[in-house]
Design a protein around this ligand. Structure first.
Ligand code: HAM
Length: 386
């Protein structure tokens, strides 16, 4: 994922594990506040372990990055903390791989971030469904509600809890909205969207994003029922869902937002997402760690110094070397090497005198004396044939 993000021009950033609590309470929404690990430090400051990085990265932008040429393309791979009930795919400490594109408020910027998200998940080998939406149609339908009530309705929509939504709308005297909201959530094309909420100013932007996504050929579905759990989003929003994860199948969430002005910066438009890295790993299932060819370096005590030199030469040539560290004979060393290595390089007094080593292929049992250059060629030749 790091390599892919760099190919798109994104550079890695780091922020502290904890921040002032206020950074997250300002705009992230009720849900996240309840889930935070908040504490007071010895100086009486209210702090929180970061539940996510967007607010922290935008604080960093305001403090350190305001004069840099925009847009800024940043990514991070970091652990986050949320006080939730742990279950499969939901942890109190988990990892996010995320990106923030700061200072470009265009359809092209929204599309770039969605395409990058798609590229990262695909390159991880994941089977997933990408859903793309925009908050404007939902907010347009809910515009008769006050802000608090609107947020509550969006929280129900975010959880696809239509019973809760129906009760909430009834309390607010807006029962009639339910049918339209259901139709909005079911809309899968721009035409269906227009039927539900007419032509709103944001349609142009939505059409432009969809145009770029269509041109790129990625597979995705439109979903105008995406509300997102965090409160700072302003426009395009998107989520991705993976197979075989059960209830916690959302592996990615993101969208366009404005946060910098809350932290004393300019009101820049930004767009980003975070991938739930642990969920990606669970979805991919157990995979053997790829391990290259390993050489075990065995030796008799009197030639130890030369053995360490040989180990360095082989590592300089890019070969993985595990040198013997135990006080035991060559026979015992060989037996151990047979369990952990592909080749043994053996150095005894005879080889030392001749300026050679014995190279033994541990799989076939073949062995011969050779120079260090021949050893490198022999090991790498096998590597190349793999
Ligand atoms: P989020 O949807 O709260 O968005 O989290 C992003 C992803 O983190 C989720 O889709 C999920 O895969 C993973 N995740 C969340 N909570 C947990 C947990 N308790 N255990 C395991 N995985 C979890 C954000 O955090 C935004 N900051 C994304 C963003 C970046 N928006 C704009 N820029």
């Amino acid at each position: 994922m790091r390599g892919k993000a760099q190919l798109w021009g994104y550079g890695e950033v780091c922020t502290p594990e904890f921040e002032h609590l206020e950074l997250f309470t300002m705009r992230s929404g009720e849900g996240i506040i309840q889930e935070m690990y908040a504490f007071e430090d010895k100086g009486g400051r209210q702090l929180a372990l970061r539940p996510e990085l967007t607010a922290a990265v935008l604080r960093m932008y305001v403090n350190e990055g305001r004069t840099l040429p925009k847009p800024l393309r940043w990514f991070y791979f970091a652990d986050c903390f949320r006080y939730e009930r742990p279950q499969k795919g939901r942890y109190r400490q988990f990892w996010q791989f995320g990106v923030e594109l700061i200072g470009a408020d265009t359809a092209a910027a929204d599309a770039e971030v969605i395409l990058l998200a798609h590229d990262l998940l695909s390159s991880a080998g994941l089977t997933f469904e990408m859903q793309v939406g925009h908050l404007a149609p939902m907010r347009h339908l809910l515009s008769g509600l006050d802000e608090h009530s609107q947020r509550a309705a969006m929280a129900y929509l975010d959880k696809r809890d239509f019973d809760g939504l129906a009760a909430h709308l009834a309390d607010a005297g807006q029962d009639a909205l339910l049918q339209n909201l259901r139709a909005l959530v079911a809309a899968r094309s721009l035409d269906e969207l227009t039927v539900v909420c007419g032509d709103i100013p944001e349609t142009e932007r939505i059409r432009a994003v969809v145009g770029i996504l269509e041109g790129s050929g990625i597979s995705y579905t439109l979903n105008f029922g995406i509300a997102r759990g965090l409160d700072y989003y302003t426009g395009t929003v998107f989520e991705a869902f993976a197979e075989n994860l059960g209830a916690e199948n959302q592996v990615l969430g993101g969208g366009a937002y404005r946060l910098a002005h809350l932290f004393g910066g300019d009101d820049v438009g930004s767009c980003g997402f975070a991938i739930g890295f642990d969920r990606v790993m669970v979805a991919l299932g157990n995979s053997e760690q790829q391990r290259g060819t390993v050489v075990a370096l065995l030796f008799t005590p009197e030639v130890q110094a030369r053995a360490f030199e040989i180990a360095r030469t082989l590592r300089d040539a890019g070969i993985t070397v595990e040198i013997n560290l135990q006080d035991r004979g060559i026979g015992a060393q060989l037996k151990h090497a047979g369990r952990s290595a592909d080749f043994a390089v053996i150095l005894g007094p005879r080889e030392y005198e001749a300026g050679l080593v014995t190279l033994r292929d541990l799989r076939t049992g073949e062995q011969h004396e050779c120079t260090l250059e021949e050893t490198v060629d022999g090991v790498k030749g096998r590597d190349a044939r793999r």
